[in-house]
Ligand binder design. Structure first.
Ligand SMILES: C[S@@+](CC[C@H](N)C(=O)[O-])C[C@H]1O[C@@H](n2cnc3c(N)ncnc32)[C@H](O)[C@@H]1O
Length: 677
């Protein structure tokens, strides 16, 4: 979950106070009885003070031709000296700043650098883009020749032959001396002759079927690879069939329950976000769409702003429509230091065209469709899933609602200043104007979004590793953005969670970290965990941010912190099973094997349990060595094996058990987003 989201930054504080001060007490009473979010935002907007905050910033991150050319020239110098890594970085910075008139030459130069760095796929992307942007006709022969060499590097021989041929044709437009032309032509014809011979030999060779298969396999969607379709819950397709979503109403509300025994390591949910947003500080290092670390940045499709970057042209094109609505808003949002929650509230709207959002208005009038196998819970559905996430609106105090309405007001003004709303529904930015119906609808959604985001958004993270360092023990999980995962948002919290989460791009993977028996709740962790945060502190944090009193097993059992857990005491489950449920405390150096249960009166033989513990000692060494030496998959397997063995006989909390869970978490994080620095 998003930790301690600061709602009001310094940019807003004094204006917020000014608006609040302008509202007389009897008028604030009127505000506090308003029933709709739209009316609340309209109320705040009826004060002139609410229009005082600027919507534009001094340095709006617009393209800068001169700086781009200057950087390109520096890049050329690095390139000339063979300093390709520096050249790449400089050309990339130039590309982000360049208007389209300068971009093709910068990309063409960058493609040459990438060719020398043997990053052929990236070079091809730049070559393609440079051609599309109208690269100078007289130089196309060079670009095509480079394309051909990159294709050769990727063993795409047929395409390479085509590109070499195009390079020959483009010689007609080249402005070079006859001597150079002849040399170029001879070189290429020789290449073509060699390749032609190679091609004939290749055609005679039998294709390797296993290669074809592995290619097909890896192109399957991540969700399908991790939870195959037939193993998905038909009503909640992000979950496996091992998960059921129940609703007990009251404080507990919706939550997840295991339909069968779930073993440690099992993947139980794979979900894409309803909406997601990168942090300002990662806007040029990570792809604005898929959140992957960028090796070679692709500038946004818009030709005015230089505020975001993509990992590829594919991501850029997929985001082009949404970005065209958003790019003007981003500099002000970043400058204001508004929380990720504000970005998400806006993104949940701007990611849909205005007309589609207006259609939601009609859909709100229909009774919401009941979620069923015929109408599954779809994370991309605004009304039936996202909109219905918990807001605790009925428990909010007027001051709290006012703060959020104030933020919604600024977001709304910002949105109205862009070209998202059609001109015919826009009203002027003044306290004297009544909002149009369309504006009211959108302003209301913004406030509703802000309310639900407080309780339902997740941090998106990446594991940062040092280049060349094998062990995971010195890595750090860092926050790169936020997102809303509507299915995962129905999981309740426990300070001793049954699952952990990690990310591949923006897709969240939820995996069990202990045995969860059929009928048991599957809970996740919202931040405070019992191993490191004292009970009173956990409870305080959860009450402040999520508005509930935690009564999980760790809180109700007053479990000590990890480093206070006594490793010399073993906690055996009474073997008579859940019907007894007692825990027998035994010293680890005991000589007695028959222990009497004070609750059910029966005796149990702990010999089997002690043997299992011995086995886990050996496994623990295997896991630690593998973790230290970077064999994470082996380490993960050993950790999971330990958890399974301990779950059979011992009751939590157990020091070694929770250390193994930390190992599982680390190894799992390494399977997701990772940055090598
Ligand atoms: C992300 S939602 C979880 C799903 C929620 N139960 C629902 O019905 O949609 C977070 C909210 O669930 C409730 N919640 C989560 N964990 C809880 C727990 N351990 N005990 C009581 N309420 C909890 C709180 O109201 C919290 O603000």
């Amino acid at each position: 979950m998003l930790k301690n989201e600061p709602e009001i930054s310094g940019f807003f504080r004094s204006n917020l106070l000014a608006v609040r001060k302008a509202i007389r007490q009897q008028d604030f009473k009127k505000f506090s009885v308003l029933e709709s979010d739209a009316e609340r935002v309209a109320f705040v907007l009826s004060y002139p003070e609410a229009h005082e905050l600027p919507l534009e910033v001094e340095k709006p991150m617009i393209k800068d031709r001169d700086s781009a050319i200057r950087l390109k020239d520096i890049g050329n110098k690095f390139f000339g000296r063979g300093e390709f890594t520096k050249a790449l970085e400089t050309y990339s910075n130039a590309a982000l700043l360049a208007p389209s008139t300068e971009l093709s030459i910068i990309l063409a130069n960058r493609s040459a650098t990438l060719y020398y760095l043997e990053r052929h796929e990236y070079a091809l992307e730049d070559i393609e883009e440079a051609s599309l942007l109208g690269y100078s006709k007289d130089l196309i022969y060079k670009l095509e020749e480079r394309r051909a060499r990159c294709l050769l590097g990727l063993k795409r021989h047929d395409e390479a032959i085509e590109a070499f041929r195009r390079a020959l044709q483009a010689l007609d437009d080249a402005r070079i001396s006859l001597k150079r032309r002849q040399k170029f032509e001879t070189d290429i014809r020789m290449m073509l002759a060699v390749m032609d011979k190679g091609k004939r030999l290749n055609e005679a060779a039998i294709k390797n079927p296993s290669q074809v298969y592995s290619k097909q396999k890896s192109s399957a969607r991540l969700e399908d690879r991790l939870i195959p379709t037939k193993e998905r819950n038909p009503v909640y397709p992000a979950c496996s069939r091992a998960v059921e979503i129940k609703d007990d109403g009251g404080d507990i509300g919706r939550h997840a329950v295991a339909t069968r025994k779930i073993t440690p390591g099992e993947i139980v949910i794979v979900e894409r976000p309803h909406c997601a947003f990168l942090l300002a500080e990662t806007r040029l290092t990570h792809c604005h769409l898929c959140f992957m670390r960028i090796f070679v940045p692709t500038p946004a499709a818009c030709r005015t702003y230089s505020c975001v970057a993509y990992c590829s042209r594919r991501c850029r094109d997929a985001d082009a429509q949404v970005h065209s609505q958003e790019c003007k808003l981003l500099p002000a949002l970043w400058y204001s230091k508004a929380s990720v929650t504000c970005f998400l509230a806006l993104r949940a709207i701007t990611q849909r065209p205005f007309e589609e959002v207006m259609r939601l208005k009609e859909q709100f009038r229909d009774p919401a469709l009941k979620i069923s196998a015929k109408n599954p819970y779809r994370g991309d559905d605004y009304i039936n899933t996202f909109y219905n996430l918990v807001t605790h609106e009925d428990r909010r105090l007027p001051e709290d609602i006012f703060h959020r309405a104030y933020m919604a007001t600024w977001l709304f003004r910002l949105l109205r200043s862009s070209n998202y709303l059609p001109e015919n529904v826009k009203t002027a930015d003044s306290a004297d104007n009544r909002l149009s119906d369309e504006e009211l609808f959108i302003a209301g959604l913004l406030l509703h979004n802000l309310q639900l985001l407080q309780f339902n958004s997740h941090e998106i993270s990446e594991l940062v590793r040092l280049k060349g360092q094998k062990t995971l023990t010195k890595t750090k999980s860092v926050f790169i953005g936020g997102g809303v995962y509507p299915t995962v948002a129905m999981l309740n919290h426990s300070c001793n969670p049954g699952v952990i989460r990690y990310f591949i791009g923006t897709t969240m993977i939820v995996r069990a970290v202990r045995t969860i028996n059929a009928g048991e709740e599957i809970s996740e962790n919202y931040g405070p965990i019992f191993t490191t945060t004292p009970e009173s502190e956990r409870k305080r944090k959860l009450r402040v941010q999520y508005w509930f009193d935690c009564n999980c097993e760790a809180c109700s059992g007053h479990w000590p912190l990890l480093d206070k857990l006594d490793p010399t005491i073993l906690r055996f489950k009474c073997e008579t099973g859940p019907s007894c449920g007692n825990v027998l405390m035994v010293k680890s150096d005991t000589n007695e094997f028959m222990i009497g249960c004070a609750k059910c009166g029966k005796s149990m033989n702990i010999l089997k349990g002690l043997k299992a513990l011995q086995d886990t000692d050996a496994l623990f060494k295997v896991a630690s060595t593998n973790l230290e030496e970077g064999r994470n998959e082996h380490a993960l397997k050993a950790y999971l094996e330990i958890l399974k063995l301990l779950d059979e006989t011992l009751a939590l909390p157990i020091r070694d058990y929770h250390i193994c869970q930390q190992g599982v978490r680390l190894c799992s994080l390494a399977l997701g987003n990772t940055a090598y620095i």
